[in-house]
Design a protein. Structure first.
Length: 202
C-alpha cells in the first residue's frame, strides 16, 4: 500500500507540472490581436515619421539663391527686381530676376496676362508660344539651369520654369530664379493659366 500511494503521488505531481508548462507555453506563443495591432500601429507611425522627415529634408534642400551656369562656368547675377506669377487667380509664385538684357526686354512686356502653362517631361512648366515672341536682348544662348530657374527657350521664343533639374542646352537664356512657391508649380498636374507682373516693393 505504501509503494502504491507513493507512485500515485508521483504521477499526480508530474501531471500537475505538465499542465503548468503547457499553460506557460500557451501564454508565450503567438501574439494576441491586441499585440499585433499595437506592433502594426508602431510600424506605421515610424514609417510616417520617416516619410515626413524625408519630405521635409527635400523641401529644406531648395536654395533660391543657387543658380545655373553659362558654358564658360560663369553665373548670372540677381538684379534685385522680382516678379509675381499668379496662378489661376489664386496661388502665387515669386521670381527673382537676373541682371541681363533679356530680362530688360521682358520687363517692357509686363504685365503678361492669361499665359497658358503646361507640363513638359515632368520637370518644367513652359508657356504656350506667344503671338509676339520674347526677345533675347543681346544675350547669347547657352546655359545649364538648375531647379527653380526661369529661362527663355530660343526655338519657341517663350519661357519655361524648371521645377526639376535639367542639363546644359545651347538654346537657353536665363531670366531668374523662383524665390518662393516652387511647390505650387510642381504640384500642378493639369494645365493652368497665370498672370506675370512686376512685384512692387512694399
Amino acid at each position: 500500500m505504501k509503494k502504491t500511494g507513493w507512485k500515485f503521488c508521483a504521477l499526480a505531481a508530474a501531471f500537475t507540472l505538465c499542465i503548468v508548462l503547457l499553460t506557460a507555453c500557451s501564454g508565450n506563443g503567438a501574439p494576441s490581436s491586441d499585440d499585433e495591432s499595437s506592433t502594426s500601429t508602431s510600424i506605421n507611425m515610424e514609417a510616417q515619421e520617416n516619410s515626413s522627415g524625408e519630405n521635409n529634408s527635400e523641401n529644406n534642400s531648395y536654395d533660391p539663391t543657387a543658380t545655373g551656369a553659362y558654358e564658360d562656368g560663369s553665373t548670372p547675377e540677381f538684379s534685385g527686381t522680382r516678379l509675381r506669377l499668379t496662378i489661376n487667380g489664386e496661388e502665387e509664385v515669386i521670381i527673382a530676376l537676373y541682371d541681363n538684357t533679356a530680362v530688360d526686354a521682358l520687363l517692357e512686356r509686363l504685365p503678361l496676362e492669361n499665359l497658358s502653362f503646361f507640363d513638359l517631361s515632368g520637370i518644367e512648366k513652359p508657356i504656350e508660344r506667344l503671338d509676339d515672341p520674347l526677345s533675347l536682348g543681346e544675350e547669347e544662348p547657352g546655359y545649364d539651369p538648375v531647379t527653380g530657374e526661369m529661362v527663355i527657350y530660343r526655338p519657341w521664343a517663350n519661357f519655361t520654369i524648371f521645377y526639376g533639374d535639367f542639363r546644359y542646352s545651347d538654346e537657353l537664356v536665363p531670366l531668374g530664379k523662383v524665390e518662393s512657391g516652387l511647390e505650387v508649380l510642381s504640384s500642378k498636374t493639369e494645365d493652368f493659366t497665370g498672370t506675370l507682373e512686376l512685384l512692387e516693393d512694399e
